[in-house]
Design a protein around this ligand. Structure first.
Ligand code: TPP
Length: 334
């Protein structure tokens, strides 16, 4: 296996960013990290049903991307989607309730972890078939364009999707029709236990965009600012009618594929190096280097997240189950 170590670029100064934006990004990253930690604990205690795919380590990619989008732009949620939905603004309590299968959940308790999302926040509920979200988001971008809007569709997929036909067809169609879509690859190096280097010869997945004459960019995906800037540029181009961009966000799945996977197949040097490049830890340290932030302010934000999650768990556990008479609601499109 060709191991891939993180290339941590020297972090640029945050001086040109408003403190409120930086704090909001940090808060959202902490919310995702701690939301998923709670979910994992609830599963291990046997309190929460179902199965889960955690995104520990990938928080900066979701947050950087979604902060560059407007509320009426859309993303699709993947099977590893709690963080994506939280980043786009879906409330923690409605996702938590969905994971408990409650009627107050974002999909009325019918979806569970693999199908979370809420179109009211521009988060198309989860499509768990690898690569299947790609043509759907190209169709979404087509609808945005055809209706004369300037909205953008951001298609999120893992490295596992780029060897599927759906992805190639989606890239081609978006290119020839110059659709307002941003292809965002969360390259966390693994598709279940298969390392990306075992199934593709490309050193960078963004190289493949050239085959469709689409701009292709690789960014360090554990830096929310790097992701934000790349997606912002791609969104500006899409709104201006210049068509799609592909962004490869190089990140790492810190745990196993899902909760019963100890991930023993990984190269330990690669694991160590990527854990040392933890996005939440790196961004926290970077904020503290900036005179506008201090330990007390960050601790207050973290305490606020904990309180929000206490409330989300209480809300979810006390919410009612869906009733049988709602079983056929929302099944067919109007
Ligand atoms: C078409 C299809 N094949 C297989 C699966 C089973 N499966 C679920 S997740 C996954 C790996 C996906 O890897 P990647 O796209 O890199 O996303 P990641 O899990 O790393 O976030 C596989 C093979 C599936 N859901 N869909």
């Amino acid at each position: 296996m060709n191991i891939q170590l993180p290339v941590v670029p020297e972090a640029k100064s945050l001086a040109s960013y408003q403190p409120d934006l930086l704090m909001a990004m940090y808060r959202r990253m902490v919310l995702i990290r701690r939301f998923e930690r709670r979910v994992n604990e609830l599963f291990l205690k046997g309190i929460m049903p179902g199965t889960i795919h955690l995104s520990h380590g990938q928080e900066a990619t979701a947050v950087g991307a979604c902060f560059a989008l407007r509320e009426d732009d859309w993303i699709n949620i993947t099977h590893r989607g709690h963080g994506q939905a939280l980043a786009k603004g879906v409330p923690a309590e409605s996702i938590m309730a969905e994971l408990f299968g409650r009627a107050t959940g974002c999909c009325a308790g019918k979806g569970g972890s693999l199908h979370i999302g809420d179109v009211a926040y521009g988060a198309l509920p989860g499509i768990a078939i690898v690569g299947a979200g790609c043509p759907i988001m190209v169709g979404t971008a087509f609808a945005f364009k055809r209706k004369g809007t300037d909205r953008v569709a951001c298609n999120i997929f893992g490295d596992g999707a780029v060897n599927k036909g759906d992805w190639h067809e989606a890239m081609n169609l978006a290119a020839i029709w110059r659709l307002p879509v941003v292809f965002l690859c969360e390259n966390n190096l693994f598709g279940v236990s298969t390392h990306i280097s075992e199934v593709t010869t490309n050193k960078r997945l963004a190289e493949r965009a050239a085959a469709y004459r689409i701009p292709g960019i690789t960014v360090f995906g554990n830096d929310p600012i790097a992701v934000f800037e790349a997606v912002e540029g791609a969104v500006d181009a899409a709104r201006a009618g210049e068509g799609p961009t592909m962004i490869e966000s190089l990140t790492y799945r810190q745990g196993g594929h899902k909760r019963d996977d100890p991930a023993t197949y990984r190269d330990q040097k690669e694991v160590r190096e990527w854990l040392a490049a933890d996005p939440v830890v790196l961004f926290r340290a970077r904020l503290l280097q900036d005179a506008r932030f201090d330990e007390e302010r960050l601790a207050a934000v973290e305490a606020g997240v904990d309180a929000e999650l206490d409330e989300a768990v209480r809300f979810a556990r006390e919410s009612p189950d869906p009733t049988p008479d709602t079983a056929l609601e929302d099944v067919y499109a109007d």
